[in-house]
Write a protein that binds this ligand. Structure first.
Ligand code: WTA
Length: 653
């Protein structure tokens, strides 16, 4: 546990609690006795949750864990995920209910009802069929936050084709490696996207990425910014020409509960991103269940807004699948929070009477920096539940959120989960839990998690260690695309004897037995809630001709959680390049991976600290990056290296 951020160690002194009000508790979806009920018969509990969905064929077995660690949930059951998210609400008479209040960054809006969504998804599904896309095929999607992104995902789900959504900020190289790994047949993108008040190109990046891509047959282009883009004859098609002319009739087919639903790439501890694979029945059951109880969502009453991008798992589970399965009316916003002004989110909440708001700590801390007088100018009284996800939320930010956005009274739910878990796993329940600022507290009913030491033994109250999930859960990943061994290795080898899933996060129990998440214990950084591996950035750096060696660490950052700090050894005369050379390297990383991976700081050093076996000691570099006294150097092959680094940095060499 040496790798943990010391800034988080003092979290355990937090002793404020906020019990739910009686009024909230009386109307809450979540019930306190569900913990016990689920513990008494976990499978029966999940079977009951699966009844939230429409099954064409009912399952014959809730869980088959005989092929662990690959689970089968709701064995033998058949369903169509898109039908569950769209059609069934229309059939139940809610066709006129708005599914999506879409707000474009420049201020254009579109309201889409469930009936309209059904037509759009059916047309898009028919369009994909016309291109030869069918069950099991892969479709890559790189789109801004526009309704077509959601429509495209649901159209794939409707056909049993897997989508692989790639965040719009990823570089052409990053898109290409994902398209190749999944062997995507079709890519869906847009001409451009609005970012910070300007139209930025998208299609040209996609063209660069797909040059010579062996698997790609067709590219569908949504018109968003209206900018001129080259269309490649025989490959590229406009969405509005292809989709709009299709029939709105499409009969959804029921697929097996374990039919693959999507692949989503996430950073691991090596340079190559992992294609996390999710399947249908269990995933939709748990996203719907958690959206219902964690956000206390009431269909037809609440206006829900999750600020994530669909390029991340939060967008998949809490913009697309969970909310739509639960017949939510939601806001989807295209742009950045300070365009055209720093009150944009509060204005959207006020104008749309948003009642549930789900965002990330990094954004909350940014709002804090902008000042509480900005939200104070808006009427936020419609809000009744606030959520947080993506990284540990410090008690100060939690309190600020509750006081300034939640009028000092709304429940705040700090939700811990991962791309791999598919849905929320650890979170307080509004109306049930007495909340503690900064703690995710307790696994949800039906979920089991533990904090264990190195040997896999559960630690006691007040103790710290590794977070593990000791029982299978419905929305768990079913593997890493094309690499089963890496799946077993990454998640199941660390505590193989016990059969625990290793989450890669450090955690502690407080004296009440509540769980506090303490950040990653592996080489994965968390920058503004985005997972980036140190190795990924290191390999981007060494791909530059001037770099001989590079080591990257995540250093505590007051706004972004962690900031990327790189230590590089430059070749020969490049070391004299000064600030310009460093700037070029920062831009090089942005170009290789995407702007989110741009190092906050690059330090040019003469040596890197290594153990005798050649492993870079990141712990020591983190001490330098966080301006701390340098820790124990006795395991270094050459203990004078740290002096060399520190003195070089001080003298500005
Ligand atoms: C971190 C995002 C503390 C954690 C849904 C995890 C959190 C990683 C929290 C997954 C939280 C997410 N408190 N840490 N509430 N939520 N994390 O895959 O390190 O993008 O392992 O999924 O984010 O990131 P991912």
């Amino acid at each position: 546990m040496t790798e943990q951020s010391p800034a988080l160690d003092n979290l355990l002194t937090e002793n404020r609690t906020f019990p739910p009000t009686e009024e909230f508790a009386a109307q809450a979806n979540a019930k306190a006795d569900w913990y016990e009920k689920a513990d008494a018969d976990r499978e029966a509990f999940w079977a009951e949750q699966a009844e939230r969905l429409h099954w064409d064929t009912k399952w014959s077995q809730v869980l088959d864990w005989s092929d662990a660690p690959v689970a089968k949930w709701f064995v033998g059951g058949k369903l169509n995920v898109a039908y569950n998210c769209v059609d069934r609400h229309v059939e139940a008479g809610h066709g006129d209910q708005v599914a999506i209040h879409w707000i474009g960054e420049p201020g254009d809006t579109r309201d889409i009802t469930y009936a309209q969504l059904k037509d759009e998804v059916s047309k898009a599904a028919n369009a994909l069929i016309s291109l030869g896309v069918g069950s099991g095929d892969r479709v890559a999607i790189q789109l801004p936050m526009i309704p077509e992104a959601i429509v495209a995902m649901l159209a794939c789900a409707r056909l049993g084709a897997l989508h692989s959504v790639v965040f719009g900020g990823f570089s052409p190289a990053a898109l290409r490696s994902r398209v190749d790994d999944a062997e995507a047949k079709v890519v869906i993108t847009s001409d451009g996207q609005y970012r910070r008040g300007k139209a930025a190109p998208m299609k040209t990046n996609v063209d660069e990425a797909l040059d010579g891509a062996p698997s790609v047959e067709k590219v569908i282009v949504v018109r968003r910014t209206g900018d001129d883009v080259p269309m490649r004859e025989g490959r590229d098609l406009w969405w509005h020409e292809l989709v709009d002319s299709q029939s709105a009739e499409h009969t959804p087919e029921a697929f097996d509960s374990e039919h693959p639903l999507f692949i989503l790439y996430t950073s691991g501890t090596t340079g190559k991103p992992k294609g996390i694979l999710h399947t249908s029945g269990g995933y939709l059951t748990q996203t719907a269940y958690t959206h219902h109880i964690v956000f206390d969502h009431k269909p037809g009453e609440d206006i829900y807004w999750c600020t994530a991008d669909i390029g991340w798992v939060t967008g998949h589970s809490y913009i697309v699948y969970g909310p739509l399965a639960n017949r939510a009316t939601q806001v989807v916003y295209e742009g950045t929070p300070n365009t055209p002004h720093e009150g944009r989110h509060w204005e959207i909440i006020q104008n749309n009477k948003v009642s549930i708001y789900y965002t990330a700590p990094t954004l909350i801390r940014t709002f804090m920096k902008w000042g509480e007088n900005i939200p104070a100018e808006y009427d936020l009284s419609s809000l009744r539940v606030l959520g947080s996800v993506g990284e540990p939320i410090n008690p100060e930010a939690w309190m600020w959120y509750r006081d300034n956005i939640g009028a000092g009274k709304t429940p705040v739910v700090d939700t811990w989960w991962q791309t791999e878990t598919g849905s929320i796993m650890i979170s307080p329940l509004p109306g049930v839990t007495a909340a503690k600022p900064g703690s995710a507290q307790r696994p949800l009913p039906g979920i089991s998690a533990k904090v264990v030491d190195d040997s896999g033994t559960e630690v006691g109250k007040g103790g710290g260690g590794y977070l593990v999930l000791d029982k299978p859960w419905p929305s768990m990943l079913r593997g890493i695309w094309g690499d089963e061994e890496r799946y077993r290795d990454t998640y199941w080898s660390r505590f193989a004897d016990q059969g625990y899933y290793f989450a890669g996060d450090g955690a502690k129990y407080d004296n009440d037995g509540d769980i506090w998440l303490l950040g990653r214990v592996d080489d994965v950084m968390n920058v503004s809630g985005h997972r980036i591996s140190t190795t990924e950035v290191e390999s981007a750096l060494v791909s530059h001709p001037t770099v001989a060696e590079a080591a990257v660490v995540g250093a505590t950052d007051p706004t972004t959680g962690q900031g990327i700090v790189a230590f590089v050894i430059l070749r020969g005369s490049a070391a004299e390049g000064g600030e310009e050379a460093v700037q070029e390297l920062r831009n090089h990383v942005a170009k290789e991976i995407g702007p989110i991976a741009k190092p906050r700081q690059i330090m040019v050093v003469p040596e890197l600290p290594k153990t005798r076996s050649g492993k870079i000691m990141r712990r020591l570099l983190r001490d330098v990056a966080e301006n701390r006294q340098i820790g124990d150097v006795t395991t270094l092959a050459d203990s004078s290296v740290m002096e060399l680094i520190s003195s070089g940095l001080k003298s500005g060499k």
